[in-house]
Design a binder for this molecule. Structure first.
Ligand SMILES: Cc1cc2nc3c(=O)[nH]c(=O)nc-3n(C[C@H](O)[C@H](O)[C@H](O)COP(=O)(O)OP(=O)(O)OC[C@H]3O[C@@H](n4cnc5c(N)ncnc54)[C@H](O)[C@@H]3O)c2cc1C
Length: 443
């Protein structure tokens, strides 16, 4: 079959992208290496859209949760992944969990039977010169990874993430923390959270005792790069190691005491909006519950809300804010788009969502139109905006969808109503955007 768009990778993103393009009338070649003699260390079947770990799409609450809102927006855009998930959901309270076998079987069936899609069980090792969407995920085959690295230049494709937790700015107690840069150099760019000696000693002990996530067998050779060592590994090296590393207090006058703190945790702005701040040097393998418990013992972070918790995994992802344009095209080779986790989004739902929007951009381009991006107030627009420019390229690490990626809604909502204010503003913007799309491309 001749095709209009080549999609490489039949995971969550590639399957959704193939479906969206095919439904828009484009002919798709979908290359998936599983079932053709290759596999990844995490996949166990040759089905499309295999969920490699948990069977959950997380919260399905579209009123109070950003990922629930993303579910709804995807449903409104006739997502195959969401349709199959809804069809095969299993009881999980307010979460959307699915029967993974039936879910993947349904996605495979739908894609396989679509007259506009040809699935080819093959591994691709080079960047094509025709219109392509690369959706090869966190475990991209090594040949293709090499080709991407060669095209994008040194350091632009990571093979491991080293994620430090990210805190919502408005949950930091600024009566305790203060803004400053070390030695007053440059602007007052960091939030500084001070610890005295007993607090520091307890904190180091908690890091050492805290429960850690094990590496998978195939991740055991994960390198700890200089400057990306897990915080608990540094703590194990000696009582003072952190105080001479990311927690050093020198050069930081605390305006409330007039002295340097014994130790400090610094937060640095992580997105253009200034709503999200990362804990500098705090990449960690501590279990998520332990991170929340231990990091909330830091003065000024007692009520911290975390937009993302830390982690270290094998994960191929490109520096999207630097490499991609607003339509997910590779700036240096615009016939190539990227979608899914390889763009630096994180999670099944986010990956499928980025596959969906990449395909919508590609479909519009094929028909000579331009698709206005989803508005930044929406979950889809916020996620897309983050990976294509809202995030700081220097510190770019994978990100889940969360309210901190969206501009705060106008007016002052009480804390209890804030999430609803975000979703109401998102729904209104999304409805306008969808109406405009439908006007341009009647179904
Ligand atoms: C061990 C592990 C556990 C995870 N657990 C979770 C979890 O619990 N919840 C969650 O939300 N997310 C989890 N993730 C992240 C998860 O992988 C992504 O959320 C999601 O699968 C990404 O979708 P994707 O389509 O981008 O990639 P994938 O779903 O991985 O799909 C990529 C596809 O590309 C194919 N491929 C790769 N290279 C080539 C090539 N060169 N040629 C042809 N085909 C190729 C692969 O075989 C695969 O089918 C986990 C990831 C890993 C690695």
């Amino acid at each position: 079959m001749r095709f209009d768009v080549h999609i490489i990778g039949g995971g969550l993103a590639g399957s959704e992208a193939a479906w969206q393009l095919a439904e828009a009338g484009a002919r798709v070649r979908l290359s998936e290496m599983r079932g053709g003699g290759d596999t990844t260390p995490a996949h166990e079947t040759d089905r499309l859209a295999e969920m490699v770990c948990s069977n959950s799409f997380r919260s399905d609450d579209a009123e109070h949760n950003a990922v629930g809102l993303l579910h709804q927006e995807m449903r409104d855009l006739r997502s195959l992944v969401m349709r199959a998930a809804d069809q095969h959901r299993v009881p999980a309270g307010s979460a959307l969990a699915v029967d993974r076998e039936a879910f993947a079987a349904e996605v495979t069936r739908a894609v396989d039977q679509h007259p506009n899609i040809t699935i080819v069980r093959e591994r691709v090792d080079a960047l094509p010169d025709h219109p392509t969407i690369i959706a090869t995920g966190p475990l991209t085959g090594p040949g293709l990874a090499q080709a991407i690295a060669a095209e994008t230049g040194e350091g632009a494709l990571a093979f491991f993430d080293a994620i430090a937790p990210i805190v919502h700015r408005d949950s930091v107690d600024m009566d305790v923390a203060w803004m400053a840069a070390r030695w007053d150099k440059g602007g007052k760019d960091y939030i500084n959270c001070p610890l005295d000696k007993p607090q520091y000693d307890d904190f180091v002990a908690a890091l050492i005792d805290g429960e850690k996530m094990p590496f998978h067998d195939w991740e055991k050779d994960t390198p700890y790069f200089e400057g990306c060592m897990p915080i608990e590994v540094m703590a194990e090296r000696g009582q003072e190691t952190l105080r001479y590393g990311p927690m050093k207090g020198v050069g930081l006058d605390n305006p409330r005491t007039g002295r340097w703190p014994y130790a400090v945790v610094q937060l640095r702005q992580d997105n253009k909006l200034g709503t999200l701040w990362n804990m500098v040097g705090f990449q960690t393998k501590l279990k998520h519950g332990e991170q929340v418990r231990i990091f909330r013992t830091i003065p000024s972070l007692e009520n911290a809300e975390f937009a993302r918790l830390g982690g270290i995994h094998r994960n191929s992802f490109i520096n999207s804010p630097r490499l991609l344009d607003r339509e997910l095209r590779l700036k240096s080779k615009p016939c190539i788009r990227f979608a899914g986790q390889i763009t630096g989004c994180e999670g099944y739902v986010e990956s499928a969502a980025v596959g969906l929007v990449a395909a919508r951009f590609a479909a519009a381009e094929l028909s000579g139109r331009q698709l206005p991006p989803p508005p930044p107030e929406t979950a889809l627009g916020a996620l897309l905006g983050h990976i294509t420019g809202g995030a700081d390229a220097e510190t770019f690490q994978p990100m889940n969808v969360n309210f901190g990626l969206m501009p705060p809604p106008p007016g002052r909502a009480r804390k209890a109503d804030r999430k609803k204010a975000y979703t109401e503003s998102a729904r209104a913007s999304f409805a306008d955007w969808l109406a405009m799309l439908t006007e341009r491309e009647p179904a």
